[in-house]
Design a protein around this ligand. Structure first.
Ligand code: ZN
Length: 235
């Protein structure tokens, strides 16, 4: 939401700041119409910064949001009097909510669940490069642990093989195979200097991970159903 506010500038005069106020509270994740409590503009690190505190009436918390500013209006004394360009940096406090996974997935790969959630936390904190590496690692654990579950006699081989080989050799379900392979392509981009899949990023990888989790879950349920003994023909 476009907002505007007048701030005191070094105790000398007022400056007008245009900015996009937050629409979601970072703490409770509810959509909010923030009530502005206070705002300041400061000069530091060779730039201009804007801090605004808002009140979230849903969780009764004070939220501080930081913006980077570019001065683009000066008065006849050559003093800054307007900031039209503001870039949102972050809002705090952030309360991190873990992604919940089914018990079946946790049982097969507790490491996947742990690494995925650490990556999600990094992403929420704006550490997108680290998050990308984390998601890549989570895919490797999910696929290898699932492969081990399906091929219990090949534990050492699967642990020591490349992801690419593991997918080709030990993943039978075609959907999981495609999703794992494509996630691996994006994952390699997150780990290497040169990006090959230019139009793909961790948003795609996360979608693929969700779909893999779904198909792995369905496979496990189907295998459980198949393990039933037919007792209908008795007697
Ligand atoms: Zn809130």
């Amino acid at each position: 939401m476009k907002s505007e506010c007048n701030c005191d500038w070094k105790g000398q005069h007022e400056v007008k700041v245009e900015y996009d106020s937050i629409e979601k509270c970072p703490k409770c994740n509810k959509a909010i119409s923030p009530e502005r409590l206070h705002a300041i503009v400061i000069e530091k690190d060779k730039g201009y910064w804007f801090y605004v505190s808002d009140f979230c009436s849903a969780c009764k918390s004070v939220i501080i949001t930081e913006y980077r500013l570019e001065a683009d209006g000066r008065d006849r004394f050559d003093r800054i009097h307007r900031f039209n360009n503001s870039e949102f940096i972050n809002s705090a406090p952030i309360i991190f909510q873990e992604e919940k996974f089914d018990e079946m997935i946790k049982k097969i790969s507790s490491q996947f669940v742990k690494i995925y959630n650490q990556s999600l936390q990094a992403e929420k904190m704006g550490l997108d490069e680290i998050a990308g590496l984390g998601y890549r690692k989570s895919v490797e654990f999910l696929i290898k642990d699932f492969a081990i579950y399906e091929n219990p006699d090949k534990v050492e081989e699967i642990k020591n093989t490349w992801m690419k080989v593991c997918i080709e050799k030990y993943i039978k379900n075609e959907q999981i195979k495609v999703l794992a392979e494509r996630s691996d392509w994006i994952g390699n981009d997150e780990a290497h200097y040169i990006r090959k899949q230019e139009n793909r990023d961790i948003t795609d990888m996360k979608k693929f991970i969700k779909a893999m989790v779904y198909f792995i879950g369905m496979t496990l349920i189907t295998e459980d159903a198949e393990s039933m003994e037919n007792k209908n023909n008795r007697g």
